[in-house]
Design a protein around this ligand. Structure first.
Ligand code: SF4
Ligand code: SF4
Length: 299
C-alpha cells in the first residue's frame, strides 16, 4: 500500500513502515480500507482535483474525472491517470511491487536507522497477509543487521509465519475484544485464533538463539465497542496471564480514514463510534495496568 519513511510511532527510533495489502478482518472502524484486498487500487481525491481532465484523457477504459460515479468498476489499475494528474488527485493507493525494490527503497534510509536506533516496521492491511513476501524481506533485512518490527491483527497461521516473527525485535499485536461474538460482529471473525496466537508469542526465540522478540499487545480503544472497563480489564488479565512479559498499549480510535473511503468510493459508516477523550484513556490505561501488564506508549 505504501512505504512510509520517518515514522516514529511504530517502534524504537526513526523507522520506515511497509504497509502490506490484504487483511482477513473487516474492522468497522478501519482507517486503511484500501488495504482490505490484495489488488492494485486507484483513488481519486476530489478535494485536490482542479478538473483539468488529464486523467480522463489518459484512461484506456473511458473512465471520467470522478471515477467513483463514472465507471470505477471498469478500472484496470493501469495507473495512466495517476501519471497524468498534475495535482496528485489521482493516486495509486495499492500497487504491485517487487520485493527487492521494496528492500532497495527501505535501505535508502539506513543511516537514520543507525543513528536513531530505528529500523523497518511491517504493517498493513495485515503484515502477515503475504507470508512469502514477509519471509523474504524480513530475512534479507535481518541478515543485513536492520532492526525489524511488525504490527499485526493477530489473525494468521502461526506456524507459517513463525520464522518471520522470530526475526523481529518487537511484535505489536492487536486485541480488539474479549467476547468472541462481539469480536465477530465488529471485525468479521471470532477472537479465538488471535487469543491463541498471543499466547504463543512467548515461544519465539531469535534465529541466533539469543533472546526473544519484545511483545506489545495493542488495544485500539473504540468508543461504543470495546471501551468498557470490564473488557479492558479482561483483556489485560488475559494478556498478563498467557504472556507475562508483554507490555500493553491502548490507542484511541480516530476517524482520519474518512478521506480514504471517499477516495475509493466506499461508504464511511463509523458515525456510531467515538474517540475516547484523554481522561477516559487515562482511566482505561490504569484499569489495564491494575491487571499487571506494563503500559507502553509509542505515540
Ligand atoms: S488506472 Fe487506468 S483504467 Fe483505471 S481509471 Fe486510471 S487510467 Fe483508467
Ligand atoms: S488529472 Fe487530476 S486534477 Fe486533473 S481532472 Fe483528473 S484528477 Fe482532477
Amino acid at each position: 500500500m505504501q512505504i512510509q519513511p520517518f515514522s516514529v510511532n511504530d517502534g524504537e527510533g526513526i523507522r520506515t513502515n511497509i504497509f502490506i495489502a490484504g487483511c482477513p478482518l473487516r474492522c468497522r472502524w478501519c482507517s486503511n480500507p484500501e488495504g482490505f484486498e490484495q489488488k492494485a487500487l486507484i483513488g481519486w481525491h476530489g478535494r485536490k482535483c482542479i478538473g483539468c481532465g488529464a486523467c480522463a484523457a489518459a484512461c484506456p477504459q473511458g473512465i471520467g474525472i470522478d471515477m467513483n460515479v463514472s465507471g470505477r468498476e471498469k478500472c484496470i489499475a493501469c495507473g495512466a491517470c495517476a501519471d497524468a494528474c498534475p495535482e496528485e488527485a489521482r493516486v495509486r493507493m495499492v500497487k504491485l511491487m517487487d520485493a527487492d525494490d521494496v528492500i532497495r527503497e527501505v535501505m535508502k534510509h539506513r543511516l537514520f536507522y543507525t543513528y536513531s536506533g530505528g529500523g523497518v516496521t511491517f504493517s498493513g492491511g495485515e503484515a502477515t497477509s503475504q507470508p512469502e513476501f514477509l519471509d523474504y524481506v524480513s530475512r534479507e533485512l535481518y541478515d543485513s543487521g536492520i532492526s525489524i518490527d511488525i504490527e499485526s491483527c493477530g489473525y494468521f497461521d502461526f506456524d507459517l509465519v513463525r520464522p518471520s516473527l522470530e526475526r523481529m525485535d518487537l511484535i505489536f499485536m492487536d486485541l480488539k475484544h474479549m467476547d468472541p461474538e462481539v469480536h465477530r460482529k465488529y471485525t468479521g471473525v471470532s477472537n479465538e485464533r488471535i487469543l491463541g496466537n498471543i499466547a504463543r508469542l512467548g515461544s519465539l526465540i531469535h534465529p541466533d538463539g539469543q533472546g526473544r522478540p519484545e511483545t506489545v499487545i495493542r488495544i485500539p480503544v473504540i468508543g461504543g465497542v470495546n471501551n468498557s472497563e470490564e473488557n479492558i480489564a479482561a483483556s489485560a488479565a488475559y494478556v498478563h496471564d498467557v504472556l507475562p512479559a508483554a507490555k500493553m498499549e491502548l490507542l484511541p480510535y480516530h476517524s482520519l480514514g474518512r478521506i480514504k473511503y471517499e477516495a475509493i468510493g466506499m461508504p464511511f459508516e463509523q458515525d456510531a463510534f467515538y474517540t475516547p477523550d484523554k481522561e477516559e484513556m487515562k482511566k482505561l490505561r490504569a484499569v489495564a495496568a491494575a491487571q499487571g501488564p506494563e503500559i507502553a506508549d509509542y505515540r
